[in-house]
Design a protein. Structure first.
Length: 253
């Protein structure tokens, strides 16, 4: 049985780059391409997705992987400690620039494993090992972990340098929900500039509660295709739903 894997792009909301919403996190996209055929994979991009703890509490992924930059580390550390409580059986892995340079500090934040450097080979090996029923940490290249039987209490497995980077699959852009990136966060006041909600609405929950009304929003985005089918049937009649083709589609595609 394939393991459930959740890859998370961390975000420190206090230092958000207003242009970050335009970017697909390529590091996670490369990792996704390396493992998506071997697991039940989901991506959580904190630039656009809400409710990480609720999702983990509901799904209890077997593996939770964090991509961490140094600017995100303090907020990521707090999240990891919460996740350790709500999903104690999940294997928590950290990678990215900060985890590579500060492996010990990252492990002390509560991670089970740190993947140093390029993570495609290591993460695939971890997923396949768990699918097979046994993870032997000493056989996984390029990871760090605590081991009380080792001098200093930590192990740093040698990494394998892949010289032929063309052997890596292309980034799996298809695993990202691009519609939600365009729409922006649910609350317009939290949505980034350049998204539909961020550019065309400034409403928030405080103002809505004060006026005893719903939040003024411009667009709705369903979480899943199943949810979309349900909502279409709830809010629209068949004659209200249109399928159309844009003029340029035949010329461009």
């Amino acid at each position: 049985m394939k393991k459930k894997v959740l890859l998370v792009k961390c975000l420190n909301s206090e230092r958000r780059d207003i242009y970050a919403f335009r970017q697909v996190p390529l590091g996670i996209a490369y990792l996704a391409a390396a493992i998506k055929d071997f697991c039940d994979l989901e991506i959580f991009d904190m630039l656009v997705d809400d409710g990480l703890f609720e999702k983990i509490r509901r799904d209890h992924p077997d593996i939770i992987g964090f991509s961490i930059f140094s600017v995100d580390f303090i907020s990521a550390e707090k999240m990891i400690r919460v996740i350790r409580k709500i999903s104690p059986r999940s294997l928590i892995i950290a990678g990215g620039a900060h985890a590579t340079v500060e492996a010990i500090e990252t492990l002390r934040a509560g991670d089970d494993l740190v993947v140093r450097g390029e993570g495609e080979l290591a993460l695939r090996a971890i997923v396949n090992a768990l699918n097979g029923g046994q993870l032997e940490k000493g056989k996984i290249p390029g990871i760090s972990y605590f081991d009380p039987n080792q001098v200093g209490g930590a192990c740093h497995n040698p990494a394998i340098c892949e010289e032929d980077i063309d052997s890596f699959p292309m980034p799996a852009i298809d695993v990202f929900d691009m519609v939600r990136k365009i729409v922006g966060k649910t609350l317009p006041s939290d949505a980034e500039m350049g998204t539909i909600r961020g550019d065309f609405s400034v409403d928030d929950a405080t103002a809505a509660n004060h006026d005893k009304r719903a939040i003024h929003n411009l667009v709705h985005a369903s979480e899943t295709s199943e949810e979309a089918e349900k909502e279409l049937g709830l809010w629209f009649a068949i004659e209200d739903v249109y399928d159309y083709k844009r003029v340029e589609e035949d010329l461009m595609f």
